[in-house]
Design a protein around this ligand. Structure first.
Ligand code: MN
Length: 231
């Protein structure tokens, strides 16, 4: 068990372009001591786009919300859409919409240019937009690897139900885990990563206590207890 080094508190949100209203919860920035969480390496940045309502954009074709062409190098960006959709296009010919629940794992490597806008469908209908973007450092041996991206559809992720431990029969589902990378009690995510990382998207729907991740019920028991209070 590793000791907790720091609890990262809430932050004021800011706009990235005109499409992403994010709170930067982790950042590796040398000249901003308040944000320089060097102990989080290989996680360089964690931007949480809190739910933000956008009106339908009648000018989508000429002025889509988002951020135009910009470079990345030496790390990976991992983008997860919770609500709304992101259109990605890049300098290696990649073009794809990240739909709700999907993950894009982009390896910038020796350099890539890309743009990130609301998708055309979302831009035209408007609604609530919420997403997460992380930056994962690349090991020095792979810093200048070829740029690429992996697209992981929600339907392709192993989803594990979390059961309430206080229910004697453990049949009450109080949440679920989508496994993006690494593994959860022996169940592997599909992302191919340079740095071994576990990345799970955990949703908790109701109050309860979890000690157990129930994919292979008889075989995997965990000592970890997770208590959830209804808000
Ligand atoms: Mn970007």
């Amino acid at each position: 068990m590793r000791p907790i080094k720091q609890i990262h508190g809430d932050k004021a949100p800011h706009w990235v372009g005109d499409g992403f209203f994010v709170k930067t919860l982790i950042n590796y920035v040398d000249d901003q001591p308040d944000f320089n969480y060097s102990h989080t390496d290989p996680f360089l940045l964690f931007d949480y786009g809190e739910p933000t309502t956008f009106a339908p954009n009648p000018d989508y074709q000429t002025q889509p919300h988002g951020i135009g062409k910009h470079p990345h190098k030496g790390f990976e960006t991992v983008t997860l859409a919770y609500s709304g959709e992101i259109s990605h296009a890049d300098s290696i010919g990649g073009r794809e919409d990240i739909l709700e629940g999907d993950v894009q794992w982009m390896t910038a490597g020796r350099g890539i240019l890309h743009e990130e806008f609301h998708s055309e469908a979302f831009g035209q209908r408007g609604g609530v937009f919420s997403m997460v973007q992380m930056r994962v450092n690349l090991p020095s041996a792979h810093k200048l690897t070829d740029p690429k991206y992996q697209f992981i559809k929600r339907a392709e992720m192993p989803i594990i139900e979390l059961m309430d431990y206080s229910d004697a029969d453990e049949r009450t589902v109080i949440g679920h885990v989508a496994i993006i990378a690494g593994d959860w009690h022996g169940v592997a995510g599909s992302a191919d990563t340079f740095t071994p990382v576990n990345m799970w998207d955990i949703a908790l729907h109701t109050a309860g206590t979890i000690r157990y991740c129930s994919y292979k019920k008889a075989e995997y028991w965990s000592m970890a207890h997770l208590s959830v209070q209804a808000i």
